[in-house]
Design a protein around this ligand. Structure first.
Ligand SMILES: Cc1cc2nc3c(=O)[nH]c(=O)nc-3n(C[C@H](O)[C@H](O)[C@H](O)COP(=O)(O)OP(=O)(O)OC[C@H]3O[C@@H](n4cnc5c(N)ncnc54)[C@H](O)[C@@H]3O)c2cc1C
Length: 380
């Protein structure tokens, strides 16, 4: 039983539940088990857009729903409770559109945000390179200015929806400038070569791409904000997105707990339901306490964001803790389910196990979160 901290959250949960029953559960297994090469679920993405979920936190005047970040975070938590990979489709759109909403010119916003919010076009947040992951500033991708165009060369990897995106928020260096810049690239340009990465462990409904850029052109008017401020834009975007990852963790962990409680009451061993065994009760209690703590941290971070306060530290703490809680809870859920947890045809635990693992890796690994937290606590 989830207790809300704000009455608006109940409406979000109801909305998502109705959507999940109609559109998510019927697709969930098919999208997870799809053979390679995997296909991005465009139809479902369109439905998520039509439901208003993609633009949930985007401003109304740009075609979004104009909801608070708390409502958005509740949306992600609840979507991920039902199917984390489908919830991720929505979270990626918010991640990729955030820099346009916050750092673009009015003209750029009007041109692209409404189309992203509705799900008409798919955006991607294109930062990571084969040799620049945690060390994100160490980019090799370079844009050269040629009259009214940038000509971009480089390589990107692990980009959510990067295989299918029509629009890229691309981070790279401009010529010999040492600091990163950000620019918008329309991916139908010659030289943009994207592929779908194969054999992903979890979160399979949302595809991940590798991209090679060979003399890709984009108008200099597509520069986002100011030259040399790209790293700052990326980090501010990730601050916000990390609360979203925390919400993914809370949703997955809550699902693992609910499945475990229900199973422990049904499963008989030694003449009684296993829920009567103290060993099982302790695992359930440990899960419940951790989820409560992770949820409180996630909501606190997003309340700070809604209030316009600084929230980098709290977002990092929530992301670190909630992703580790998801890992802990899914592992305990598997133990409680025994063989029926390990074999995917009997329960969702095997899928939860695969889906949660990436939360400790993307949008800053757990080690990077600890660096951010220590940097804020100790001072640099
Ligand atoms: C499914 C998936 C989706 C993703 N989506 C996107 C996306 O949409 N856009 C995008 O730009 N990127 C995306 N990423 C990339 C992701 O953010 C990176 O994978 C992540 O930042 C880690 O980088 P790396 O994989 O290069 O690992 P590395 O940075 O090479 O790290 C390897 C190990 O070293 C540790 N390490 C590195 N530096 C330090 C340090 N200073 N101190 C302590 N430990 C350290 C790491 O924590 C890790 O354990 C995605 C990744 C995955 C797997």
């Amino acid at each position: 039983m989830v207790r809300n901290i704000d009455p608006r959250q109940e409406a979000v949960r109801e909305e998502v539940k109705a959507f999940a029953e109609k559109h998510m559960y019927p697709m969930s297994e098919e999208l997870d088990r799809m053979p390679e090469p995997r296909k991005f679920p465009r139809e479902l993405y369109k439905k998520i857009g039509e439901a208003g979920f993609i633009g949930y936190a985007m401003p109304k005047e740009l075609g979004g729903q104009g909801k608070s970040k708390l409502e958005y975070i509740t949306l992600i938590e609840e979507l991920c409770y039902h199917d984390a990979a489908i919830g991720l489709l929505c979270a990626v759109a918010e991640l990729a559109t955030f820099p346009i909403v916050h750092f673009a010119s009015e003209e750029q916003k009007q041109k692209w945000v409404p189309k992203c919010a509705s799900g008409e076009i798919i955006p991607a947040f294109v930062l990571t390179e084969p040799e620049a992951g945690s060390d994100a500033a160490n980019q090799k991708t370079v844009a050269k200015e040629n009259g009214s165009e940038y000509v971009v060369n480089g390589e990107k990897i692990f980009i959510m929806h990067g295989d299918v995106a029509e629009l890229a928020v691309l981070f790279c260096k401009i010529e010999d400038k040492p600091k990163l810049s950000a620019m918008i690239v329309e991916t139908d340009q010659p030289g943009w070569e994207a592929r779908t990465l194969k054999n992903k462990m979890g979160m399979r409904a949302a595809t991940t791409g590798g991209i090679i850029l060979k003399d890709v052109k984009t108008p200099t008017s597509n520069l986002l904000g100011e030259v040399g401020k790209g790293f700052r834009y990326a980090m501010q975007t990730l601050d916000s997105a990390r609360i979203g990852v925390a919400a993914q963790g809370v949703g997955i962990a809550q699902r693992a707990l609910d499945e475990s409680v229900s199973y422990a009451k049904r499963r008989q061993a030694f003449g009684q339901p296993i829920a009567k065994l103290q060993a099982i009760q302790w695992m359930i209690a440990d899960m419940a306490v951790r989820i409560e703590a992770a949820r409180c941290m996630t909501y606190k971070a997003v309340q700070l964001q809604d209030a316009g306060e600084k929230f980098t530290l709290e977002a990092s703490m929530a992301k670190l803790y909630a992703s580790e809680v998801a890992n802990f809870c899914v592992d305990k859920a598997m133990q409680i389910h025994g063989g029926y947890g390990f074999i995917g045809e009997f329960s969702p635990i095997e899928k939860l196990y695969r889906d949660q693992r990436v939360l400790e890796i993307y949008e800053g690994t757990s080690e990077v979160q600890r660096l951010v937290i220590a940097g804020n606590v100790i001072g640099r």
